[in-house]
Design a protein. Structure first.
Length: 156
């Protein structure tokens, strides 16, 4: 595990765009183009922040995943300091080999290193594998975003 270097930028963008649609809840299904735009906006936002840390996971001499951690984004309700996992992605071929866990553990260690009291993230309710990983690393549900479609076929 290491901090990203300038030569990792293409990897982060490529894997982020490859996985962007997978981060969208089935409740708000959208196109790949919209998901890709959202990822690009996130990266642009993170580049503007001085507290952004990008972690790179390597496996068998190749880059296997990344995690974007914001260390200067206070909690939106308490305004208390926290580390916030803005994005995590693992290459499809490297899933199931502990890469995601290593990234999460490294993010936790970075939060500790910076003396931050909490680390938080958001995950789609239907992403069972990610939720199981986070729960095994002692993350707890704190707030639950609920959504209802107001589209066709739904009574007013």
């Amino acid at each position: 595990m290491r901090i990203a270097r300038d030569d990792d930028q293409r990897f982060v963008e490529a894997l982020g765009l490859q996985t962007a649609l997978q981060t969208v809840s089935s409740v708000r299904a959208t196109s790949k183009e919209v998901a890709d735009q959202a990822f690009r906006r996130l990266v642009s936002y993170c580049k503007e922040r001085s507290g952004t840390v990008i972690l790179i996971a390597e496996r068998n001499t190749h880059r296997a995943g990344f995690l974007i951690l914001l260390t200067d984004m206070p909690d939106d309700i308490t305004h208390g300091p926290q580390a916030f996992v803005a994005y995590i992605a693992v290459s499809e071929n490297d899933r199931g080999h502990g890469v995601g866990r290593a990234l999460v553990q490294s993010a936790i260690a970075e939060g500790h290193r910076r003396n931050l009291p909490h680390i938080s993230l958001m995950v789609s309710a239907d992403n069972d594998a990610a939720r199981a990983l986070y729960e095994s690393e002692l993350f707890q549900a704190e707030r639950i975003l609920m959504c209802r479609s107001l589209g066709e076929g739904n009574p007013a």
